[in-house]
Design a protein around this ligand. Sequence first.
Ligand SMILES: Cc1cc2nc3c(=O)[nH]c(=O)nc-3n(C[C@H](O)[C@H](O)[C@H](O)COP(=O)(O)O)c2cc1C
Length: 206
Amino acid sequence: MPYTPETTVSVAHHSRQGHTAVLAAAVADGALEAGAQAHLIAVDRIDEDGWRLLDASDAIVFGCPTYMGNVSSEFQAFAEATSRRWLDGAWQDKVAAGFTNSGCLSGDKLQVLQALTILAAQHGMHWVNLGLKPGFSASTDSMDAPNRLGIFLGAGAQSPADLGDEGLHKSDLETCRLLGVRVATVSAALAAGTRVPADGVRAGAA
Ligand SMILES: Cc1cc2nc3c(=O)[nH]c(=O)nc-3n(C[C@H](O)[C@H](O)[C@H](O)COP(=O)(O)O)c2cc1C
């Protein structure tokens, strides 16, 4: 029986109009399905309990809307507030991943995912990419397939500016759910390789 330790995945997100919050919930759903505990933390309202949850998490998935081709100012305020953790190395070797939503199909989302990747790298975290082939790259493909926008670094989503949550695309919701599954799976594998289980026997041990 393989040793699969329970892991905790926190989704540290900002959302001003609610779209990104729904995507954050999809990431958390995926992590739960894969056997992790999951927490949703709105970074613009984070309190001491929220910081404690992040510090205790095996993985942190960062998410925010794309604003002017970059992370939202609320998310950036959170990123800067993590500098104490950077100083202490508190998030070193945690798993990280990211997602973003924008009004345009592209909207310069890549810049946001790169900013989130660099935040994770500064903390010494292990970045987990999306791990999905593009959903829509041939004339026979469907825009309903996961990763319809063909992004590899993390999950990218798009919702029309004049619509609320109902404007979120089912492909994007599924893409975020699958990111949550992947992060939880990688976190469990990493924990199995580094934590000593109660019975002292790891997967593959004689
Ligand atoms: C200040 C501001 C800047 C924005 N900049 C971009 C942008 O650069 N690219 C884009 O595609 N959409 C842009 N948008 C649209 C948002 O990314 C989009 O509405 C997103 O769904 C908002 O997420 P939220 O509902 O979680 O707040 C911008 C919106 C605002 C309010």
